[in-house]
Design a protein around this ligand. Structure first.
Ligand code: C5P
Length: 406
């Protein structure tokens, strides 16, 4: 169920005997790669303990609306905005009635009111309560609501905990998880592990000075977001930048090229795609002074030594991932990019013309040409975010159809 990778799910649990099955729902959602936060009503806590759900979800369980301590963690509005989908399972007749009325008399109903996320409910109740005209009227009203993305999963028919037979059983956890996954498209990189390097590196001269460059990290960060959107698990190895990392990435902060190499090699055996978007300093000072270098003569000499080539090292690793590099060129882009593709043994290279002042390095826009051994594709001027999504689409196509299988 790779559609659920990276998805943020609030699982609402209301008071009903089926609540014991919610523990299994949490386990299956987590197994599918989703981030799960559980919200319980007071009734739910009579059937299953918050501790069980906290242990399974790996997150604190939310249950009170007006508790300053809980609100200081993740407040109800923040939680409402956080979610991609709210699944209420089991949804009792009482909860459905309160939802229909638009009440916000506890945390779960308030979240349903405050969130614009898709809402899915899995009704579970005694068959007579299910058949009750008021319950059916409420469900019909919910379905008629315009502008609310609402899905009703189940209920199933059969033997009930109270001994009755009929509709009102909560769908089994496997079926619920599958129904939830069906609400989402399967991302192009669903479940694929992607590592991206981004930003500049800093090469120390002495304790207060360093050699670096103007890279903003924007392109690498935009690629990280686009890969997340495509369902990938993303590790972002970043040099020092001032922009905020996408919230669903595993961020590894580094400073020098050698730190970046070490972090990249640690990820290499565990990643499927490696994208080198960092502007790595080609050279570093041969020695780093222990003390701040004092001002003395009119000139100063410094010997620089070559830094390791991170992307080439990854590409030559015995457990090599599908490897992508960038080429910033000022002339003969085609020739230089293709020779870099071959020399570094890359699967793809993304080349841009850095002689143009209006795009590239610190700008929000970029235009590139992508080369692979037997093809190429141009991407004209567009925002780095739009470009990142287009590049991830191409990368996913090439990754899924490497030359030997086409
Ligand atoms: O050789 P050049 O610096 O032009 O290659 C650029 C590509 O190689 C980029 O993808 C950059 O991230 C990567 N690179 C690297 N380690 C270096 C230098 C460049 O990974 N030391």
């Amino acid at each position: 169920m790779q559609q659920l990778t990276n998805k943020r799910i609030i699982l609402g649990i209301t008071g009903g005997i089926a609540a014991y099955k919610s523990a299994e729902v949490v386990r299956l959602l987590k197994k599918s790669g989703a981030d799960v936060r559980v919200v319980m009503t007071n009734g739910a806590k009579e059937f299953i303990t918050p501790l069980t759900l906290q242990a399974l979800s790996g997150n604190p369980v939310h249950h009170t609306l007006l508790n300053p301590e809980a609100e200081a963690g993740m407040g109800h509005i923040e939680l409402a905005k956080w979610a991609d989908v709210i699944l209420v399972a089991p949804a009792s007749a009482n909860f459905i009635a309160r939802l229909t009325q638009g009440l916000g008399d506890d945390l779960l109903t308030t979240l349903c009111l405050a969130s614009e996320a898709t809402l899915a409910i899995a009704p579970a109740m005694n068959q007579a309560m299910w058949h009750n005209e008021t319950t059916q009227y409420n469900l019909q009203r919910l379905q008629d609501l315009k502008g609310r993305k609402l899905h009703i999963f189940g209920p199933a028919d059969g033997q009930q905990a109270c001994g009755d037979v009929g509709p009102g059983r909560m769908l089994e956890p496997e079926l619920l998880t599958q129904s939830l996954a069906n609400l989402f498209d399967r991302g192009m990189l669903a479940g694929v592990r992607v590592t991206i390097t981004a930003g500049p590196t800093r090469e120390a001269i002495d304790p207060v000075r360093y050699i670096s460059n103007h890279s903003s990290g924007k392109m690498g960060y935009a690629l990280a977001q686009a890969a997340i959107d495509a369902g990938a698990h993303v590790t972002l190895i970043s040099g020092p930048v001032t922009i905020k990392a996408p919230s669903r990435v595993h961020l590894v902060n580094v400073s020098s090229a050698r730190d970046m190499l070490e972090a990249a090699l640690q990820q290499t055996p565990e990643c499927d795609i490696f994208i080198a978007a960092a502007a790595v300093a080609d050279y570093r000072p041969m020695t780093v002074a222990n003390q701040k270098i004092k001002k003395s003569g009119d000139t100063i000499e410094m010997t620089l030594v070559k830094n390791p080539d991170i992307v080439a090292t990854v590409a030559q690793h015995e457990q090599r991932p599908f490897t992508i590099g960038f080429a910033a060129e000022t002339q003969d882009i085609d020739t230089y990019a293709r020779s870099k593709l071959a020399r570094k043994q890359l699967d793809l290279i993304i080349a841009n013309d850095v002689s143009r002042q209006d795009i590239g390095f610190n700008s929000d826009n970029n235009a590139v040409t992508v080369y692979w051994p037997d093809g190429q594709q141009d991407f004209a001027d567009r925002s780095k975010n739009a470009l990142a999504h287009d590049l991830i689409e191409l990368i996913a196509q090439r990754y899924h159809n490497p030359p030997h299988t086409v």
